[in-house]
Design a protein around this ligand. Sequence first.
Ligand code: DP6
Length: 404
Amino acid sequence: MASESSQPVYRATTTAPVNIAVIKYWGKRDTTLNLPTNSSLSVTLSQRSLRTLTTATCSAKYPTEDTLNLNGKPQEIQSSKRTLACLSNLRALRKSLEDADASLPKLSTLPLRIVSENNFPTAAGLASSAAGFAALVRAVADLYQLPQSPRELSRIARQGSGSACRSLMGGYVAWRTGELADGSDSLAEEVAPASHWPEMRALILVVSAEKKDVPSTEGMQTTVNTSELFAHRAQTVVPERMTAIEAAIQARDFPKFAEITMRDSNTFHATCLDSWPPIFYMNDVSRAAVRLVHDINRAVGHTVAAYTFDAGPNAVIYYEEKDEALVAGTVKAILSASTDGWEGPFYEKLANITTPGVPLDQIDSRVVSGLKDGVSRVILTGVGEGPVSVQDHLVTESGDMVNN
Ligand code: DP6
C-alpha cells in the first residue's frame, strides 16, 4: 500500500453567487425532498460583491469521515440531513461514472474535505445558505468531473436549501415547482442570462433585527399549515405572476418587473402575517424602505425602483443603472456617504453623485429619519453570472487548509 504522504489529494474550487427572489419560494409540499408548493424566480447577484468560495477535496490520506469547514469553523455534517443528501447524490453520480469506466480513480470511495468561505460578513445579515449549498454542489461535481448540467445539478442543490438551486446559474433564474412526487422535475432553469439585461442593479439596505427571525424552513411550514391566504397565493397568484414576470424580463420592461416584484413581496409577507401565530419579518425600518420606493416612484412619475424582502427585515431595491441618481443617489443622500458598504465595484458612478435625484422634501420625513437610524450598512451590486471554477484553492496540494 502507498504511504500516506504519497496519496494524491484531488481538488476543485468554485465560487457561487447569492440570489434574491422576485417571486418568492415559500412553502414545501415535501419536506424530505425539499419540494416547493410554488415556482419562484430570482436575480443572481454579482460575485464581484458577494460570493461563496468553496474547495472540495478528497484523498485516501484523510480520516474516514467527510468534513466541512465553513468560515474557519468545523461543521457538524453527520447530523445535517441536507448536506448528507447532497453528498450522497453526488457520490452516486461519480460511482456510476466509475462503474462505466474502470480506468477512473475511485474518488467516490474517498473521504471528502470541503472548505468554504463567504466574502461578506455574517453581520451583513444575508442568508448565505443559497450560495453555500450551490458552491458545495458545484465544487464536488467539479471534483468528481460530473457531466451533469447546472439544471440537473439543481435537483441536488435543492435538497441542501431550496433557494440554492437557483444559485447554480447566472442572470434571471426560475425554479419550476414540478409535478412528480419524486421531485425529478423540480429544477432551476435560466430564464435569461445576465447579459440580456445587465443594467439591473440591486441595492441592499441592511437593517438590524431586534431579535432573531423565525428561520425560513420553520416559518414556511407554519404558513403552509395555518394560513388560509397561502393556498390562494400558491395555486392562483404565483402561476400568473411567473408568466407575467418572465414576459417582463424578456421585454426588459422595468415598470412591469418592478410592480410584480413589489406585489409578490407584499403577498408573501401577507401570508406570513396570516400564519398562526403570525410571523413578522419586516419591521418599521423595512416599511420605511417600502414608503421610500413608492415616494421615489411617485416623485419621478413612473416606476424606477422596486423593493423586495426575504425572511428578515433587509430591503433589496432593484433599479436600472440609468436611474442610479434617482434611486441610489437619493438613498445615499438620506443615509449619507459615510454609511458602511457604498464602496465596491458598482460604486464608480454613484461616487460622483452628490445630490439626491429626488429632492428630499418630496420624501416623507419619517421615512428619512427611519432609514437614517435603522440602516446599518448598504451593499450596492447588480445582476451577475453563475458559479465560476477558480484556482485559489482553500486546501493545499498536501491536503491542509490554507491559512491554518
Ligand atoms: C424568503 O431556501 O432558505 O428567501 O429550502 O428550507 O432551506 P429551505 O428554505 P430557503 O428559503 C428561502 C425563502 C425566501 C424566498 C426565496 O428565496 O425564494
